[in-house]
Design a protein around this ligand. Structure first.
Ligand code: NZQ
Ligand code: ZN
Length: 388
């Protein structure tokens, strides 16, 4: 286990009915709020009207920024920054999934920065300050509700980039699992794949002596596996939705489950290149890529893949070699993603060879990616080719 420092400032308010506390919680931080949301799901569910009522009761002035896209766009973020400056906004409330929360973080940091907010994503500048943000989460997936990360797409340049800052952790996040009953099947699946992928990025590590962290990771994977199909079959299953939501938050909240471990994150880097050109849902891309990354790198540490196969998938391994057990665990992962309805090939999205070279080049534009097996351009190209 390596030396580490861990701090997470986000206050989590979890449970049915907690969305009604949004006025009281927001009033602790601001009086003049930008209310950010997506393309309409919260209007259909009534959460939009309910949020406005609670904010009004708390005496809060509200300005709205609707229509945050899935895979949020820099142009929309810039609209938000302009609104914040025009109205002297002192707090941002994000109500939605990871895209809404990520865009809100960008707006929060960009408003207090004189330059172009894209500088943070293109590594030209580091965030020094941001407006406070709070969230009401409506989709279990990214962990953005309890981390400092944000991913935004500069569509004109086909660049999907991220940054992580201690200044962009939400001050509070309301996690009411009943708000996720309306998440459609495909996003329930993609969100669950994303949660599992966040764990994979941390679990497949070369750092020795991390038994507690490994078991945290395995317990999240098992809990997601046990609950996704229940949520698909019965979207308003309270227990399954609550478990998925808490798994999502715990899987990526500043590294709590993997403190002292080197993380990988190369599959995420590759997926962002695919989304940057083809605008596919993040979890869908990960379902295609991750098992192929696993196949490509497992020999770096076969024992970790054997442990994964045995503990997470219950493969006994009797009479099998370590390589066979490791590969059986990878196949079980692929089969599970397929069973719950995720795509397994880039071709399922109409993606062919045409941009493989460009995506591989972009993925390594700041240098090799990953730590489990550092990947150069040829490696990324090979993983993309396996995924066609
Ligand atoms: O826009 P609306 O109408 O709200 O509809 C959304 C959207 O179409 C819908 N939805 C959300 N909650 C719903 C609902 N529909 C019905 N009922 C509800 N309760 O779901 C669709 C997808 O939403 P989105 O926010 O895009 O999904 P997700 O949470 O998976 O976020 C994906 C984005 O987060 C980034 C991804 O790259 C992608 O851009 N990531 C952010 C991370 C972070 N900040 O830490 C880490 C991740 O690895 C990821 O890269
Ligand atoms: Zn992810």
């Amino acid at each position: 286990m390596n030396a580490f420092q861990f701090y997470n400032p986000t206050s989590i308010v979890f449970g049915e009915g907690t969305a009604d506390r949004v006025g009281e919680l927001t009033a602790r931080y601001g009086k003049n709020v930008l209310f950010v949301y997506g393309s309409g799901s919260i209007k259909k569910t009534g959460l939009h009207a309910r949020t406005l009522s609670r904010l009004a009761e708390a005496g809060i002035t509200v300005h709205e920024l609707p229509n945050i896209e899935p895979n949020p766009r820099l142009t929309t973020v810039n609209k938000g920054i302009a609104l914040c400056r025009e109205h002297g906004i002192d707090f941002i409330l994000a109500v939605g999934g990871g895209s809404v929360i990520d865009a809100s973080k960008a707006i929060a940091a960009g408003t207090l920065y004189e330059g172009d907010v894209w500088d943070f994503y293109s590594r030209k500048a580091v965030v020094q300050q941001a407006l406070p943000i709070g969230t009401i989460l409506t989709l279990a997936a990214t962990g953005s509700e309890m981390n400092g990360g944000t991913v935004v797409t500069n569509w004109e340049e086909n660049q999907k980039q991220s940054f992580v800052s201690p200044h962009t952790y939400p001050v509070f996040s309301i996690l009411d699992p009943t708000l996720t009953y309306t998440v459609p099947r495909n996003h329930t699946v993609y969100g669950s794949v994303d949660i599992m992928s966040h764990v994979f990025e941390q679990y497949f590590s070369l750092t020795p002596n991390t038994p507690l962290q490994e078991r945290f990771c395995e317990s999240i994977l098992q809990t997601v596996i046990e609950n996704v199909e229940i949520a698909i079959a019965k979207p308003d299953d309270a227990a399954a939705r609550a478990n998925l939501m808490w798994c999502g938050t715990m899987a990526l909240n500043g590294g709590q489950i993997s403190v002292g471990m080197e993380n990988d994150w190369s599959s995420h880097g590759i997926e962002h290149e695919v989304s940057a050109i083809y605008d596919i849902p993040h979890g869908a891309g990960l379902a295609v890529l991750f098992p192929n990354w696993m196949k490509y790198v497992y020999k770096q540490r076969v024992d970790r893949f054997v442990q994964f196969a045995q503990r997470v998938w219950g493969i006994s391994g009797e009479g099998m070699s370590d390589d066979e057990i490791a590969l059986a665990g990878i196949q079980a992962t692929r089969d599970f993603f397929t069973r719950i309805g995720a795509e397994s090939r880039l071709a399922d999205f109409g993606i062919g060879e045409e941009n493989l070279d460009r995506m591989a080049e972009e993925a390594v534009k700041y240098g090799n990616i990953g730590s489990f097996k550092p990947l150069g351009k040829d490696d990324v190209h090979a993983i993309l080719t396996l995924s066609l």
